[in-house]
Design a binder for this molecule. Sequence first.
Ligand code: ARG
Length: 271
Amino acid sequence: MTRFLMCPPFHYEVSYSINPWMNVTVDVDHDLAKSQWFRLFGAIDACGGSVELIDPVEGLPDMVFVANGGLIDGEVFLPSSMRHPQRQGEKTYLCDWFAERGWKVLESPVDCQEGAGDALVFNGRLAGGHGMRSQRSAYPAIHAQTGWDMRLLRLIDPRFYHLDIAFCPLNNDSALIVPAAFDAASLTVLRELVPDPIELTLQEGLAFSANSVVVGDSVIMSACSERLRHLLRQRGFDVLLCDMSEFVKAGGGCRCLTLALDTTIGEAALT
Ligand code: ARG
Protein backbone atom coordinates (compact mmCIF):
# COMPACT_ATOMS: atom_id res chain seq x y z
CA MET A 1 0.00 0.00 0.00
CA THR A 2 1.61 3.22 -1.05
CA ARG A 3 -1.11 5.77 -1.91
CA PHE A 4 -3.09 7.41 0.85
CA LEU A 5 -5.76 10.04 1.27
CA MET A 6 -5.46 12.42 4.22
CA CYS A 7 -7.51 15.38 5.45
CA PRO A 8 -5.61 18.24 7.16
CA PRO A 9 -6.65 18.90 10.79
CA PHE A 10 -7.59 22.57 10.39
CA HIS A 11 -11.12 22.01 11.73
CA TYR A 12 -10.26 19.16 14.09
CA GLU A 13 -11.57 19.37 17.64
CA VAL A 14 -13.31 17.28 20.31
CA SER A 15 -16.71 18.92 20.54
CA TYR A 16 -18.88 15.83 21.13
CA SER A 17 -18.36 12.33 22.47
CA ILE A 18 -19.17 9.27 20.37
CA ASN A 19 -16.57 6.84 21.72
CA PRO A 20 -15.04 6.16 25.16
CA TRP A 21 -11.84 8.07 24.32
CA MET A 22 -13.65 11.36 23.70
CA ASN A 23 -14.09 13.74 26.62
CA VAL A 24 -15.35 17.20 25.70
CA THR A 25 -13.85 18.73 28.83
CA VAL A 26 -10.30 17.85 27.72
CA ASP A 27 -8.64 20.52 25.59
CA VAL A 28 -6.97 19.71 22.31
CA ASP A 29 -3.64 21.47 21.73
CA HIS A 30 -4.33 22.59 18.16
CA ASP A 31 -0.75 23.55 17.30
CA LEU A 32 0.48 20.21 18.56
CA ALA A 33 -2.27 18.39 16.62
CA LYS A 34 -1.15 20.13 13.43
CA SER A 35 2.49 19.29 13.99
CA GLN A 36 1.62 15.63 14.76
CA TRP A 37 -0.48 15.40 11.60
CA PHE A 38 2.31 16.95 9.47
CA ARG A 39 4.86 14.61 11.01
CA LEU A 40 2.70 11.63 9.98
CA PHE A 41 2.33 13.10 6.49
CA GLY A 42 6.13 13.51 6.30
CA ALA A 43 6.77 9.99 7.62
CA ILE A 44 4.56 8.44 4.94
CA ASP A 45 6.37 10.47 2.31
CA ALA A 46 9.79 9.55 3.70
CA CYS A 47 8.87 5.84 3.59
CA GLY A 48 8.02 6.12 -0.12
CA GLY A 49 4.26 6.56 0.15
CA SER A 50 2.31 9.30 -1.58
CA VAL A 51 -0.44 11.35 0.01
CA GLU A 52 -3.41 13.00 -1.68
CA LEU A 53 -5.48 15.55 0.22
CA ILE A 54 -9.14 16.31 0.70
CA ASP A 55 -10.11 19.74 2.04
CA PRO A 56 -11.36 19.73 5.62
CA VAL A 57 -14.81 21.18 6.30
CA GLU A 58 -15.73 23.45 9.19
CA GLY A 59 -18.25 21.78 11.50
CA LEU A 60 -17.01 18.27 10.62
CA PRO A 61 -14.19 17.89 13.19
CA ASP A 62 -13.82 14.10 12.76
CA MET A 63 -13.39 14.33 8.98
CA VAL A 64 -9.66 14.25 9.69
CA PHE A 65 -10.20 10.51 10.39
CA VAL A 66 -10.57 9.82 6.72
CA ALA A 67 -10.18 6.03 7.18
CA ASN A 68 -13.87 6.02 7.98
CA GLY A 69 -14.79 7.59 4.66
CA GLY A 70 -15.32 4.39 2.73
CA LEU A 71 -13.89 1.24 1.18
CA ILE A 72 -11.65 1.02 -1.87
CA ASP A 73 -11.39 -1.74 -4.45
CA GLY A 74 -9.27 -0.76 -7.45
CA GLU A 75 -10.96 2.33 -8.88
CA VAL A 76 -14.22 1.72 -7.00
CA PHE A 77 -15.19 3.74 -3.90
CA LEU A 78 -17.91 2.50 -1.58
CA PRO A 79 -18.84 5.39 0.73
CA SER A 80 -19.50 4.51 4.35
CA SER A 81 -22.74 4.89 6.29
CA MET A 82 -21.77 6.53 9.56
CA ARG A 83 -23.64 5.58 12.70
CA HIS A 84 -23.56 9.01 14.34
CA PRO A 85 -25.25 12.10 12.85
CA GLN A 86 -22.17 14.18 13.80
CA ARG A 87 -20.20 12.38 11.06
CA GLN A 88 -22.87 11.85 8.42
CA GLY A 89 -22.11 15.15 6.68
CA GLU A 90 -18.66 13.93 5.59
CA LYS A 91 -20.06 11.61 2.94
CA THR A 92 -20.97 14.13 0.25
CA TYR A 93 -17.47 15.71 0.32
CA LEU A 94 -15.81 12.32 -0.02
CA CYS A 95 -18.13 11.17 -2.80
CA ASP A 96 -17.41 14.40 -4.70
CA TRP A 97 -13.67 14.00 -4.24
CA PHE A 98 -13.69 10.50 -5.70
CA ALA A 99 -16.22 11.26 -8.47
CA GLU A 100 -14.26 14.34 -9.60
CA ARG A 101 -11.18 12.15 -10.04
CA GLY A 102 -12.95 9.57 -12.16
CA TRP A 103 -13.58 6.88 -9.56
CA LYS A 104 -16.71 4.78 -9.72
CA VAL A 105 -18.72 5.72 -6.62
CA LEU A 106 -21.16 3.06 -5.37
CA GLU A 107 -24.29 3.55 -3.24
CA SER A 108 -23.46 3.45 0.46
CA PRO A 109 -25.02 0.59 2.45
CA VAL A 110 -28.35 1.17 4.22
CA ASP A 111 -27.03 -0.21 7.51
CA CYS A 112 -23.98 1.31 9.22
CA GLN A 113 -20.53 0.49 7.91
CA GLU A 114 -17.72 2.87 8.82
CA GLY A 115 -15.37 2.36 5.89
CA ALA A 116 -11.78 1.25 6.20
CA GLY A 117 -11.85 2.18 9.89
CA ASP A 118 -13.96 -0.96 10.35
CA ALA A 119 -12.96 -3.18 7.42
CA LEU A 120 -9.40 -3.95 6.31
CA VAL A 121 -8.07 -5.88 3.36
CA PHE A 122 -5.86 -8.81 4.26
CA ASN A 123 -4.43 -10.83 1.38
CA GLY A 124 -7.25 -9.86 -0.98
CA ARG A 125 -9.99 -10.56 1.55
CA LEU A 126 -12.02 -7.98 3.41
CA ALA A 127 -12.00 -8.45 7.20
CA GLY A 128 -15.19 -6.68 8.25
CA GLY A 129 -15.59 -5.52 11.84
CA HIS A 130 -19.00 -5.09 13.45
CA GLY A 131 -20.67 -4.91 16.82
CA MET A 132 -19.67 -1.39 17.87
CA ARG A 133 -20.10 1.06 14.98
CA SER A 134 -20.67 -1.01 11.86
CA GLN A 135 -23.63 -3.38 11.81
CA ARG A 136 -23.17 -7.00 10.85
CA SER A 137 -26.11 -6.74 8.48
CA ALA A 138 -24.27 -4.17 6.34
CA TYR A 139 -21.83 -6.80 5.08
CA PRO A 140 -24.19 -9.24 3.29
CA ALA A 141 -25.69 -6.18 1.58
CA ILE A 142 -22.21 -5.01 0.52
CA HIS A 143 -21.46 -8.52 -0.69
CA ALA A 144 -24.61 -8.54 -2.79
CA GLN A 145 -23.44 -5.27 -4.37
CA THR A 146 -19.75 -6.15 -4.91
CA GLY A 147 -19.20 -9.90 -4.58
CA TRP A 148 -16.24 -9.19 -2.25
CA ASP A 149 -14.58 -12.05 -0.43
CA MET A 150 -15.13 -11.24 3.25
CA ARG A 151 -14.71 -12.56 6.77
CA LEU A 152 -16.71 -10.97 9.57
CA LEU A 153 -15.28 -10.15 13.00
CA ARG A 154 -17.24 -9.14 16.08
CA LEU A 155 -15.71 -6.44 18.27
CA ILE A 156 -16.62 -6.70 21.96
CA ASP A 157 -14.64 -4.02 23.83
CA PRO A 158 -15.89 -0.42 23.46
CA ARG A 159 -12.32 0.91 23.66
CA PHE A 160 -11.68 -0.97 20.40
CA TYR A 161 -14.79 0.39 18.76
CA HIS A 162 -13.30 0.26 15.25
CA LEU A 163 -11.49 -2.70 13.72
CA ASP A 164 -8.43 -0.62 12.78
CA ILE A 165 -7.56 -0.19 16.47
CA ALA A 166 -7.44 -3.97 16.92
CA PHE A 167 -6.17 -5.36 13.60
CA CYS A 168 -3.47 -4.24 11.20
CA PRO A 169 -2.46 -6.21 8.11
CA LEU A 170 1.33 -6.02 7.55
CA ASN A 171 1.65 -8.11 4.37
CA ASN A 172 -0.02 -11.24 2.96
CA ASP A 173 1.20 -13.40 5.85
CA SER A 174 1.32 -11.27 8.93
CA ALA A 175 -0.88 -8.85 10.84
CA LEU A 176 -1.08 -7.20 14.25
CA ILE A 177 -4.02 -8.48 16.29
CA VAL A 178 -5.36 -7.38 19.69
CA PRO A 179 -7.09 -10.60 20.86
CA ALA A 180 -8.93 -8.83 23.71
CA ALA A 181 -10.99 -6.85 21.20
CA PHE A 182 -12.73 -9.87 19.60
CA ASP A 183 -15.22 -12.53 20.62
CA ALA A 184 -13.91 -16.11 20.68
CA ALA A 185 -15.44 -17.15 17.35
CA SER A 186 -14.01 -14.12 15.57
CA LEU A 187 -10.59 -14.71 17.04
CA THR A 188 -10.70 -18.21 15.58
CA VAL A 189 -11.65 -16.73 12.19
CA LEU A 190 -8.76 -14.25 12.41
CA ARG A 191 -6.22 -16.88 13.43
CA GLU A 192 -7.32 -18.99 10.43
CA LEU A 193 -7.10 -15.99 8.12
CA VAL A 194 -3.64 -14.78 9.19
CA PRO A 195 -0.85 -17.40 8.91
CA ASP A 196 1.67 -15.43 11.00
CA PRO A 197 -0.16 -13.21 13.50
CA ILE A 198 1.58 -10.88 15.94
CA GLU A 199 -0.71 -10.78 18.96
CA LEU A 200 -0.58 -7.60 21.03
CA THR A 201 -1.08 -7.27 24.76
CA LEU A 202 -4.05 -5.24 25.94
CA GLN A 203 -1.62 -2.50 26.95
CA GLU A 204 -0.03 -2.41 23.48
CA GLY A 205 -3.49 -2.31 21.97
CA LEU A 206 -4.60 0.56 24.21
CA ALA A 207 -1.46 2.47 23.15
CA PHE A 208 -2.89 2.36 19.58
CA SER A 209 0.00 0.17 18.37
CA ALA A 210 -2.35 -1.72 16.03
CA ASN A 211 -3.57 1.56 14.52
CA SER A 212 -0.53 1.69 12.28
CA VAL A 213 0.21 2.78 8.74
CA VAL A 214 2.23 0.26 6.74
CA VAL A 215 4.32 1.59 3.86
CA GLY A 216 6.44 -1.19 2.34
CA ASP A 217 8.53 -2.53 5.20
CA SER A 218 8.00 0.50 7.44
CA VAL A 219 5.35 0.52 10.14
CA ILE A 220 4.37 3.98 11.34
CA MET A 221 2.82 3.83 14.81
CA SER A 222 2.19 6.08 17.76
CA ALA A 223 3.84 3.83 20.34
CA CYS A 224 5.80 0.59 20.27
CA SER A 225 6.99 -1.67 23.08
CA GLU A 226 10.46 -3.21 22.82
CA ARG A 227 8.77 -6.62 22.54
CA LEU A 228 6.69 -5.53 19.55
CA ARG A 229 9.62 -3.76 17.89
CA HIS A 230 11.59 -7.01 18.13
CA LEU A 231 8.75 -9.12 16.66
CA LEU A 232 8.43 -6.67 13.77
CA ARG A 233 12.19 -6.56 13.24
CA GLN A 234 12.25 -10.38 12.99
CA ARG A 235 9.81 -10.07 10.08
CA GLY A 236 11.84 -7.37 8.34
CA PHE A 237 9.82 -4.33 9.44
CA ASP A 238 11.20 -1.06 10.78
CA VAL A 239 9.12 1.01 13.21
CA LEU A 240 8.75 4.77 12.88
CA LEU A 241 7.17 6.51 15.86
CA CYS A 242 4.70 9.35 15.39
CA ASP A 243 3.13 10.54 18.63
CA MET A 244 -0.62 11.06 18.17
CA SER A 245 -1.57 12.32 21.65
CA GLU A 246 -3.93 15.02 20.34
CA PHE A 247 -5.85 12.62 18.08
CA VAL A 248 -6.11 9.89 20.72
CA LYS A 249 -8.29 12.45 22.55
CA ALA A 250 -10.85 11.75 19.79
CA GLY A 251 -10.15 8.01 19.76
CA GLY A 252 -7.92 8.02 16.69
CA GLY A 253 -4.29 7.28 15.83
CA CYS A 254 -2.04 7.10 12.76
CA ARG A 255 -4.12 4.66 10.75
CA CYS A 256 -7.41 6.48 11.31
CA LEU A 257 -5.88 9.60 9.75
CA THR A 258 -5.29 7.83 6.43
CA LEU A 259 -7.31 6.00 3.81
CA ALA A 260 -5.30 3.60 1.65
CA LEU A 261 -6.17 4.29 -2.00
CA ASP A 262 -4.66 1.21 -3.58
CA THR A 263 -6.45 -1.75 -2.01
CA THR A 264 -8.00 -4.47 -4.15
CA ILE A 265 -10.48 -7.03 -2.89
CA GLY A 266 -11.06 -10.46 -4.43
CA GLU A 267 -14.50 -11.95 -5.04
CA ALA A 268 -15.93 -15.10 -3.47
CA ALA A 269 -19.25 -16.44 -2.25
CA LEU A 270 -20.22 -15.38 1.27
CA THR A 271 -19.49 -18.20 3.72
N1 ARG B 1 -13.86 10.53 16.84
C1 ARG B 1 -13.89 9.63 15.73
C2 ARG B 1 -15.11 8.75 15.82
O1 ARG B 1 -15.46 8.38 16.90
C3 ARG B 1 -12.63 8.82 15.69
C4 ARG B 1 -12.55 7.94 14.50
C5 ARG B 1 -11.33 7.05 14.50
N2 ARG B 1 -11.23 6.38 13.28
C6 ARG B 1 -10.84 5.14 13.10
N3 ARG B 1 -10.69 4.72 11.90
N4 ARG B 1 -10.69 4.30 14.10
O2 ARG B 1 -15.72 8.41 14.85
